[in-house]
Design a protein around this ligand. Structure first.
Ligand SMILES: Nc1ncnc2c1ncn2[C@@H]1O[C@H](COP(=O)(O)OP(=O)(O)O)[C@@H](O)[C@H]1O
Ligand SMILES: [Mg+2]
Length: 271
């Protein structure tokens, strides 16, 4: 059930909007993953607050999960996690996911949303980088989410962090957000940061109705060395620079407030 809190300039979907208590319906919590093995496809699935992998072959669409954990023509495996991660999964519900992370809601104010690394060393390295750069950005007046300074850690190190609940911006409104997004990115650059992943779904609204940028996996301090986890094609360089952001802005936000973005952002739903 959805609950709404009215804010000054928009209808804000509060963290209570994300289903309280584990859902018994299995749902994918990662994009399709391909690997060299057989079967070639897999994705992560949440079922009653537990993490599973589903491996399959043939059609790229994931198989029917309605009778989970029974899935025809697929193999289902529970993911082995630390007890800290298992407890956090059990106490939270899926909100969304991107290419680099799984986002869940714990309903614990003031930071009900948790962003968790994929179950891999590389995923945790990326999350550590994101958390560190957020810490640096938070020293300035920048359009970023409010987040807990206490990261989520287990015996293997940092695997996520907590932040405020934000509202999605809708595809149809992108045109009108363009000028503001440009200003936000300029502010980032002026304070010495590159964002690195300016896809439309990486801007959201906070409870005050202000736009904030999210997803700092590929962000960094301008002029400093780019860590190995960031794909070469993001910056085509050894150091963080502003041009990659400018190029993304041009791709998505060119035009007047009434002009739709050049690229259908549904294609980039999980960027
Ligand atoms: N604070 C938040 N409140 C609500 N939803 C969020 C929040 N942060 C992220 N999300 C949702 O999770 C998705 C993935 O988060 P994101 O940080 O972009 O991860 P990724 O690095 O995998 O792209 C976002 O597109 C958004 O829909
Ligand atoms: Mg994203």
């Amino acid at each position: 059930m959805l609950s709404y809190v009215l804010s000054s300039s928009s209808v804000f979907i509060s963290s209570k909007a994300y289903t309280a208590g584990p859902s018994t319906e299995a749902q994918p919590v990662s994009p399709l993953q391909c690997h060299d093995g057989d079967p070639p496809y897999y994705c992560y699935v949440d079922w009653s607050g537990k993490a599973f992998t589903v491996h399959w072959s043939g059609d790229v669409d994931h198989p029917d999960l309605s009778r989970f954990p029974v899935v025809d023509n697929a193999s289902v495996k529970a993911v082995e996690t630390s007890s800290d991660i298992a407890l956090l999964w059990a106490a939270s519900t899926p909100v969304d996911f991107g290419a680099q992370a799984c986002v869940r809601c714990t309903h614990e104010e003031p930071f009900p949303i948790i962003k968790l690394a994929p179950f891999s060393e590389r995923g945790c390295a990326m999350m550590k980088h994101e958390f560190e750069i957020l810490g640096q950005m938070s020293k300035y007046d920048l359009p970023i989410p409010k987040f807990s300074p206490e990261p989520l850690i287990d015996a293997d190190g940092l695997y996520g962090y907590r932040m405020e609940a934000l509202e999605r911006t809708t595809t149809s409104k992108w045109g009108s957000y363009a000028p503001e997004i440009k200003l936000l990115v300029e502010r980032m650059h002026q304070q010495g940061f590159a964002h690195g992943d300016l896809l439309p779904n990486n801007a959201m609204k906070n409870q005050q109705g202000d736009l904030v940028l999210i997803d700092f996996t590929f962000s960094g301090v301008l002029g400093t060395a780019i860590p190995d986890h960031i794909p070469r094609e993001v910056f085509h360089s050894d150091v963080f620079h502003a041009q990659a952001d400018e190029d993304m802005l041009r791709l998505f936000y060119v035009g007047t407030p009434t002009t739709p973005p050049l690229v259908d952002n549904e294609l980039y739903r999980h960027g």
